[in-house]
Write a protein that binds this ligand. Structure first.
Ligand code: MN
Length: 438
């Protein structure tokens, strides 16, 4: 294989590139850090505590997000993009090296199928990576598949199609066990395009019957994450359309079943942070798919459209974390489609946006907020959140990255490494090959 072993790990971005780029920026970074430390000190916070917390944040990378995405119109692939799961792992390792908070990869089957999962696990571990939730796929037909998912999968009207979809999910669990994963995420495209096409109640009943079999196949320490989505590909009704149906299903199935919130899967104007609070309050917040959107399920980079919403989501997560006293570990993952950017650069930006929202939520003065709320001092309660949101926390994020061996400016460092251009020399490239989510 074409990788070079450095200090026991296989590095995609040469260490000397990171060291050189950090040296170039270090003086300004330390000045910014000291200024932020002084600012936080004035409101009774120790910047070291904040940095230590940021360093605990872990967000999974989506294997399908390393390849250029596309729309139903077209896809414009990038020279040097990965062609298989091993090359995707290499790119994930580059993101992890620079960003320092993405130590796991979330796989999607059958897209990421490999001949030898023991070898895949060793390859990932050699790159300093583990595996997050496994995603099943019963929203597409695969070559040589016996029954079509055109009219649904786990909720299909025909028992043989449901059985096929159940078996695929059980196979995903089996693969996940070999890889050291601890969760299965199930999103189905099942629904209807026309009133009268299917019975809402019957199709949900069939879905639950199928999911009971999948649930029974879970190892003891696994979770089953149910991902809801309001519409698309079905445009009239969707079987698991919102968090209400999701939590009902999770409660029906049992303790290991929890809800996964994808930020792009809600109606415009829905208060997503409130959904997060509700799911956390009742112990059913299992995980996240971070992304951003302007119109629908746009899968844009986290924090690129509505960073205030991302902050408000983390404000609820931090509150839930504090209430739960250590018993709160939702699986944080990204789910994005990078159509016009280099996927690695988008993932680096997203990692920074997610960590930034978390850091800002950490510096909310919760005691003051509670007091303002109790006094119905609306402006000051609101300003309590605004003050945290408007604080520039970039120096704290950079310090967390540097202490993990990462970059002060991840994208500048990535570009300095010429990583993509070097990959373009060795990876095969077919501009007409369609892959990823299109
Ligand atoms: Mn998703």
């Amino acid at each position: 294989m074409g990788y070079v072993a450095i200090a026991g790990t296989l590095q995609g971005i040469p260490q000397d590139v990171i060291t050189r780029d950090n040296a170039r920026l270090m003086e300004a970074h330390l000045a910014d850090y000291d200024a932020l430390a002084a600012r936080l000190d004035r409101i009774g916070l120790d910047i070291e505590d904040i940095v230590a917390k940021i360093m605990t944040l872990e967000v999974g990378l989506p294997s399908w997000g390393l390849v250029t995405g596309g729309t139903r119109f077209s896809r414009y692939p990038l020279a040097g993009e990965p062609n298989n799961i091993f090359e995707k792992i290499e790119d994930c390792a580059a993101v992890q090296q620079l960003a320092g908070l993405t130590p796991r990869v979330s796989l999607h089957f059958p897209w990421d199928k490999a001949d030898d999962y023991v070898a895949l696990r060793q390859y990932a571990e050699a790159h300093g990576l583990g595996f997050d939730a496994i995603n099943s796929n019963t929203f597409q037909d695969q070559k040589d598949q016996k029954r079509s998912y055109k009219f649904g999968s786990l909720s299909h009207s025909h028992p043989s199609t449901r059985q096929q979809a159940v078996e695929h999910n059980l196979e995903c669990i089996d693969i996940g066990r070999k890889l050291g994963s601890k969760a299965l995420t199930v999103w189905i495209g099942d629904g209807s395009n026309f009133p009268g096409q299917s019975e809402f109640t019957d199709s949900l009943e069939r879905y639950l019957d199928s999911m009971r079999v999948v649930y029974a196949g879970l190892p003891e320490d696994w979770r089953l994450l149910i991902e809801h989505k309001m519409f698309e590909p079905a445009f009239y009704s969707t079987v698991v359309q919102d968090w209400g149906t999701s939590i009902l299903c999770a409660q029906t199935l049992g303790e290991k079943a929890q809800c996964l919130v994808d930020l792009g899967h809600h109606a415009q104007g829905v208060n997503i942070e409130m959904i997060v609070a509700r799911l956390a309050q009742f112990g059913k917040l299992g995980g996240f798919h971070f992304n951003d959107s302007k119109y629908g399920d746009d899968d844009l980079d986290s924090g690129s459209i509505n960073p205030f919403q991302l902050f408000l989501v983390f404000n609820e997560l931090v509150y839930a974390e504090q209430r739960a006293k250590g018993n709160f570990r939702p699986a944080y993952m990204m789910d994005q489609s990078h159509n016009v950017t280099d996927p690695i650069e988008s993932l680096l930006n997203s990692a920074r946006a997610i960590a930034g929202a978390y850091a800002k939520a950490l510096i909310v003065d919760r005691a003051a907020l509670k007091a303002y709320q109790a006094d119905n001092d609306v402006i000051m309660a609101h300003n309590c959140l605004r003050l945290a949101f408007e604080t520039d926390v970039r120096a704290a994020l950079a310090m967390a990255r540097v202490r993990k061996g990462g970059a002060i400016d991840p994208i500048a460092c990535y570009r300095a490494s010429s990583y993509r251009a070097l990959k373009a020399e060795t990876r095969k490239f077919d501009p007409y090959l369609h892959g990823g989510i299109v």
